[in-house]
Design a protein around this ligand. Structure first.
Ligand SMILES: Cc1ncc(COP(=O)(O)O)c(C=O)c1O
Length: 404
């Protein structure tokens, strides 16, 4: 057979996190007691009131196609949420609902990127951003941040990467994988630079509810009228409402860009699942206690994980203020030999940890964080304690070994 794949699909690297999740499932099926700290989803079930709303929607026959951009009641609920929580005034025509934040994020890039356009990605960042940019023919421009700045990007570093071809900056606070919650100062500087150099801002705010220790999530769209108009705000239900499987996310932005995303989505997928949309209305309008309880539990687990890490020589981390991840610095382990294998990078570290300590973590490389691995604390306190005991043992053994 001589048929070939397209350049776009041939060049895509499949999501590392999803691949690792699949490996964990396989090892568990073989009977191994793997502790999964790799997952990017809450371990809680969707709150009962949301599930009940979905059941009601099905019983009431809400099982047909809907408007491509979503049912009016959900788009209105999103407008109400954005006004109440962030003070952002939007109308329904500023909102599109799609199959997870992932889909609307991709559509946002599709709507604004022409081949060769550059998208600035402050890093470390979620591994899909660069791939999505490439899938649109765009060029990801990585701007590294520093651990000593708590992984907040430096505006001078960003400004240095702006060119004639810069079409957008894609930011994410609270951040995956660093857990950093960016300050108002940084957001304001980015908004001002975007205005001065005239490029779009895509702001992925999917972890908006997950902030700890008195930290506050601020949307860059609130910085000024100009910032709101040039920001495509992305969020969704997966993390805040433990609804990863429902596939429900949204974008808010200028009517022209939302209309373009709507046109694209109308041919690519159409509306997202009608039942999930009715559930989404309940998520936003119904009681919020379950979200608060979940965030409280994440806060406690975060403390627990941090206190364990502080006791393990050879690894360090900054205190994450949001999301549910810790980015662990494993640089001191690199170059050492374990079970006859040289730990050449974070990928090998993660592999050996899975094989010999039965703990799955995500290597930092695909997040533009080489020398780090990402740990998720979306697991029970009991499992965190056991995972950290195993990691302590593993790192202790690694540190006893000489460098290669
Ligand atoms: C930063 C970030 N944005 C977007 C998403 C995708 O969310 P959704 O499940 O709504 O597609 C994720 C999921 O892991 C994420 O970490």
């Amino acid at each position: 057979m001589s048929v070939s794949l397209s350049k776009v699909c041939g060049g895509i690297t499949a999501s590392t996190t999803l691949r690792l999740n699949a490996l964990v499932v396989e090892l568990r099926a073989q009977g191994q007691d793997i502790i999964g700290l790799a997952a990017g989803e809450p371990d809680f079930d969707t709150p009962a009131n949301i599930v009940a709303a979905a059941n009601r929607a099905m019983e009431e026959g809400q099982t047909h196609y809907t408007a491509v951009s979503g049912i009016p009641s959900l788009r209105q609920a999103i407008c109400d949420h954005l006004l109440k929580e962030k003070g952002l005034p939007y109308e329904k025509s500023n909102i599109i609902v799609g199959t997870g934040a992932k889909q609307v994020l991709y559509e946002a890039l599709r709507a604004i990127i022409d081949p060769g356009d550059e998208v600035i990605l402050p890093a470390p960042c979620w591994l899909s951003y660069a791939e999505m940019t490439c899938m649109c023919g765009g060029v990801p421009v990585i701007v590294d941040s520093r651990v000593e700045d708590g992984f907040e990007p430096d505006i001078a570093d960003i400004a240095a990467k702006v060119t004639e071809k810069t079409k957008a900056i894609l930011i994410n606070s609270p951040n995956n994988p660093t857990g950093a919650v960016w300050s108002e100062k940084t957001l304001r500087q980015i908004a001002e630079l975007a205005e001065e150099k005239d490029f779009w801002i895509i702001s992925d705010e999917i972890y908006e509810k997950m902030v700890y220790d008195g930290s506050r999530h601020i949307s860059i769209a609130t910085m000024s009228d100009d910032a709101r108009k040039r920001t495509i705000l992305i969020s969704g239900f997966s993390k805040a409402y433990a609804m990863t499987g429902w596939r429900l996310g949204y974008a808010a932005g200028d009517k022209s860009v939302i209309a373009a995303m709507d046109a694209y989505q109308s041919h690519a997928t159409g509306n997202t699942n009608s039942i999930a949309q009715f559930a989404g209305v309940e998520a936003l309008k119904g009681p919020q206690e379950s979200v608060e309880k979940m965030v409280e539990a994440f806060g406690q687990r975060r403390e627990l994980m941090l206190s364990c890490i502080r006791q393990i020589p050879g690894i360090t981390c900054i205190e994450p203020k949001g999301a549910f991840y810790v980015l662990l610095d494993i640089e001191d382990c690199i170059g050492r030999v374990y079970e006859g294998k040289v730990i050449t990078d974070d990928g090998v570290f993660a592999e050996l940890l899975l094989q010999y300590a039965q703990v799955s973590v995500v290597p930092g490389g695909p997040f533009f964080a080489p020398g780090y691995v990402r740990l998720s604390y979306a697991v029970s306190e009991e499992r965190i304690l056991e995972a950290m005991r195993r990691i302590a043992q593993f790192v202790g053994d690694v540190m006893k070994q000489k460098s290669a």
